[in-house]
Design a protein around this ligand. Structure first.
Ligand SMILES: Nc1ncnc2c1ncn2[C@@H]1O[C@H](COP(=O)(O)OP(=O)(O)O)[C@@H](O)[C@H]1O
Ligand SMILES: [Mg+2]
Length: 356
């Protein structure tokens, strides 16, 4: 058994997304032999459970076909970093993909989408973090039942102190709301806001994450603008309701992200409150805010429509109760958030293929 033989065998294994073999795609980060043990680190573009299993199986099959059964395999699959991340490792070095969730205006469901997207990504088997950077109305503490949490500060081997994100439901969290008294209206202004925001990115111990979701402040003002300029965002998801007044602001948001000086790829749009469905009439759809407004805008702007999420009472209730809807297997929106997560992963993959 030699390294060359192993690479030759792996040359028959295809990357499920790029449809080329994993050796010529440089996906084999490590291939070593110790005794009868083969040690492999393989980079994967998709961390979905299904994709992982399939690739593991193919690698196993290829090695068995070449070497029979007289070896042990230690296989480690590593999620690929988005290429905007690979170029800029200073901020959040262990984070592979940063997804900013923005909106043209407040109240459209940005935090609801950010929170449930984080949960759905976590359920694919990925390591996920969520930063609530909405200085105007941090709501992640409520949505994750963490209103009274104060994150710990720890000292690490380098002598520096770090804020420890809070772990709830398997997602690591920090919120601008953790840095203020819940009952006191805090008006975060210029430098103070900038400092508190940067602490959550720079002075926090995020460790290794596959995805970090950021709940951005709404709109296209100075603060969201500065944030997307200072944080190396892999891509943005923009949330809107279908009515015309909201759509005007989405156009502005799309042009903020795609402005050549900002250059954050738009992964796609999410139409929230796309229709109302009463729990007792699950087949009925009432288009109370207009129909397909965001779908049409996505076509016009030539960006994907990632999801249409209905207005259902349980989404609001579960947010208020602190258990995001996507955690509940039987909630009608759970499959919609799952599909949103899959599409976001897919768009990040498409971007990394384009940028490679
Ligand atoms: N699809 C939905 N169905 C029911 N209620 C929703 C839905 N999306 C958001 N809400 C509710 O609407 C309110 C505003 O949503 P939120 O996510 O806080 O908006 P934003 O972060 O854009 O200000 C919250 O009370 C939330 O629970
Ligand atoms: Mg919000």
């Amino acid at each position: 058994m030699t390294k060359e033989q192993i690479l030759e065998a792996l040359g028959k294994v295809e990357d499920p997304v790029q449809k080329k073999d994993i050796v010529s795609l440089n996906r084999v980060l490590r291939a070593d032999i110790i005794g009868n043990k083969i040690i492999l680190d393989i980079e994967i573009s998709s961390p979905t459970m299904h994709g992982k299993k399939k690739l593991e199986q193919e690698i196993n099959d290829a090695l068995h076909a070449r070497f029979g059964t007289d070896f042990q395999l230690a296989l480690h699959l590593v999620v690929q970093a988005s290429s905007s991340r690979a170029d800029n490792h200073q901020v959040l070095p262990g984070v592979k993909n940063i997804i900013a969730v923005g909106s043209g205006k407040g109240g459209v469901g940005k935090s609801t989408v950010a929170s449930n997207l984080a949960i759905a990504l976590m359920k694919t088997g990925a390591k996920v973090g969520l930063i609530d950077a909405d200085i105007y109305g941090p709501s992640v503490p409520t949505m994750f039942d963490a209103q009274f949490v104060r994150p710990n500060v720890i000292q690490k081997a380098d002598g520096k102190t770090y804020i420890e994100p809070v772990d709830n439901y398997g997602v690591k969290l920090l919120s601008i709301g953790f840095f203020s008294d819940q009952n006191q209206a805090v008006v975060w202004r210029g430098p103070m806001a900038a400092k508190a925001l940067s602490q959550m990115f720079v002075d926090a111990d995020w460790g290794e994450l596959d995805y970090l979701v950021i709940d951005l402040p709404p709109g296209t003002g100075d603060i969201p603008l500065t944030m997307v300029q200072t944080v190396p965002v892999s891509g943005a998801v923009i949330v809107s309701t279908p009515q015309e007044v909201a759509l005007a602001d989405v156009r502005k948001a799309v042009s903020m992200f795609t402005n050549p000086n900002i250059h954050v790829p738009v992964l796609g749009l999410v139409e929230n409150m796309a229709w109302f469905t009463p729990a007792e009439l699950p087949e009925n759809k009432y288009f109370i805010f207009g129909r397909d407004g965001v779908r049409k805008l996505a076509e016009e702007a030539n960006v994907p429509l990632l999801a249409q999420i209905p207005l259902v009472q349980s989404v609001c209730e579960s947010g208020d109760k602190g258990t995001p809807a996507a955690l509940q297997e039987t909630n009608p929106v759970t499959p919609i958030f799952k599909s949103l997560a899959d599409k976001v992963i897919e768009q990040l993959e498409i971007l990394s293929v384009k940028q490679a």
